[in-house]
Design a protein around this ligand. Structure first.
Ligand code: FAD
Length: 516
């Protein structure tokens, strides 16, 4: 076996792993990034397939829009911190500002525009009879937003403050503490209990859906998605590959090493060093950042004697977020007749899959329409993705040990049956004649997420965003094992920006460890 020592080893190349590895490489550390799959990026990955016509279609999996990419926006700031001035090489397309998200329910529909005030005003215009409810709901969302902004301002860099500075910060927190406790401990449903108009409730319920939890269980913080696209939604030119390449190039340019097909099988200790073992090699380091799900890190990679008992218990009790069914379509139908670069969600509460499980939300997005010059399809053809939830892992679990592309015929049949049912629903409700214009079609199930990401139960956003698993209940970035740091969706809210940010936080804490 080859032995090699690195300053730090990053395990997993999702958003968090990429940002931490890029930041540390730029800080001059000798970084090794180990990714188990044959491509880096985790949920940022994309893939290309040939249709019957021979034309190619490119699909993104886990990024369809982000916010904060306008001049001075948060997302751009995170990116610049991770990769430096090269971040300016990536351009962003603004998703249709008038139709960021169109929700089509069985009995009504509503489209969210850019701008929080526009959102509120358009609701008031469409549902004048619900004026009081709308005002109350927006007041509530504003209050949650302001409470969190204040807390973030007060606690920013609190670790680096003097004792007096820390006491001063804590005393400023006292007056807002009751609200903070209320918002972090309540579900969205509890916060919205006075909203008695079912249409407004359904629209706000959609925000929970986008975070992979339902209104009954999701933390009230997911309601902040209502403000999320105030300054617009964005999509990277060239798709998610362009974003991944920005990180990869930064790591390589700064002397880092990126290893694909390098799944870590265990982490151990040899003297002062961690021993990181992949299928055929051993690497040594004093610091690690794991971008894997907490269950992978604490149950599969670390010997149990290194894992504190309370963490072992927490792992057993962690509820994963929901999983999804994907439908990837390449078509010669002119999709611009039906949708724009904005997303469309069709909610059909009467839609059941082959096992009679409700699969009611179908999120449609077209990379071609989001980025017409980005090479997602040839001219006149369109790539379309349909992400359907909630699709439970249990239904597919019996096939979890079979290999992708070699799964049994029963699995293939069930996948095809559900997928075609979804396509027919979209045809009936939204894109007529879709079935006669399928140049390419492929389906994927929760087993796909499990295979590619090692996401427990194929979860889309890491642990479910419920009060008992968010904020002070996130898995810590600085673990109890000295030198071991953690980032990604187990340590923060799901979504590309929070995960990138968690990678930066882990990297900064780790640098402090190196300086000790
Ligand atoms: C269908 C879908 C749509 C989404 N849409 C959006 C969207 O539009 N906007 C948005 O902001 N967010 C979206 N998200 C969420 C977002 O993609 C994720 O929250 C985010 O990308 C997760 O990043 P992460 O840092 O947790 O890493 P992950 O993407 O979870 O990656 C973890 C990496 O670790 C690797 N790994 C695991 N075990 C090992 C091991 N033992 N050794 C080596 N490597 C290992 C995995 O292979 C993977 O590459 C979506 C998610 C899904 C599933």
């Amino acid at each position: 076996m080859n032995k090699k020592i690195f300053d730090t080893i990053v395990i997993g190349s999702g958003a968090g792993g990429l940002s931490s590895a890029a930041y540390l490489a730029r800080e001059g550390l000798n970084v090794l990034l180990c990714e188990k799959m044959n491509e880096i990026g985790g949920y940022l990955n994309n893939f290309t397939r040939k249709g019957k016509s021979g034309d190619k279609y490119t699909f993104d999996t886990g990024l369809h829009y982000v916010n904060g990419c306008m001049e001075g926006g948060d997302f751009l700031a995170i990116l610049e911190e991770a990769v430096g001035p090269q971040s300016k090489n990536l351009n962003w397309n603004l998703v249709d500002p008038v139709k960021i998200n169109r929700y089509m329910y069985n009995d009504f529909e509503y489209t969210i525009p850019m701008g929080f005030d526009n959102f509120k005003n358009s609701l008031l215009y469409k549902f004048p009879d619900a004026k009081e409810t709308i005002n109350k709901t927006f007041h509530m969302v504003n209050d949650i937003d302001q409470t969190f902004h204040k807390v973030m301002q007060i606690t920013e860099n609190i670790e680096t403050k003097s004792l007096f500075g820390k006491i001063a910060a804590i005393s400023r927190l006292v007056p807002i503490f009751p609200k903070l406790l209320r918002y972090t401990s309540k579900t969205s449903k509890e916060i919205l209990r006075d909203v008695n108009d079912y249409r407004i409730l359904k629209i706000f319920e959609s925000f929970s859906g986008e975070c992979g939890v339902d209104l009954e269980q999701g933390t009230s913080i997911v309601l902040l998605l209502a403000k999320h696209y105030s300054n617009g939604a964005f999509y990277p030119q060239g798709g998610t590959k362009a974003l991944i390449n920005l990180f990869r190039d930064t790591i390589l340019r700064n002397g880092g090493t990126v290893m694909k097909k390098a799944g870590v099988t265990s982490i151990g200790k040899e003297g002062d060093f961690f021993k990181v073992v992949t299928q055929n090699r051993e690497f040594f380091t004093k610091t690690i950042i794991s971008n894997t799900d907490a269950k992978v890190l604490y149950s599969d990679l670390l010997p149990q004697e290194m894992v504190p008992e309370n963490v072992q218990k927490k792992i057993q009790n962690t509820v994963p977020s929901v999983s999804n069914f994907y439908t990837f379509v390449g078509t010669d139908l002119d999709l611009s007749k039906y949708m724009t670069s904005g997303n469309v969600t069709i909610i059909d509460q009467n839609f059941f899959d082959a096992n009679n499980q409700s699969l009611d939300g179908h999120f449609l997005t077209s990379p071609t329409l989001k980025d017409p010059n980005g090479g997602h399809s040839t001219k006149g053809k369109y790539s379309l993705e349909i992400i359907s939830d909630t699709c439970t892992f249990e239904e597919w679990k019996q096939w979890e040990n079979s290999k992708p592309y070699q799964r049994p015929i029963e699995y293939m049949k069930k996948k095809e049956e559900i997928g075609m049912k979804i396509i027919k629903l979209i045809e009936r409700k939204f894109i007529p004649n879709l079935t006669s214009h399928l140049d390419f079609v492929e389906f994927a199930t929760p087993l796909t997420n499990f295979h590619y990401i090692s996401a427990p139960n194929g979860s889309m956003y890491g642990p479910a965003q419920i009060p008992s698993q968010t904020f002070r209940n996130f898995y810590p970035i600085e673990t109890k094992i000295p030198g071991l740091y953690h980032c990604g969706s187990s340590t923060t809210f799901g979504g590309v920006a929070p995960c990138l940010s968690s990678g930066l936080n882990a990297a900064k804490k780790l640098l402090g460890h190196h300086k000790k």
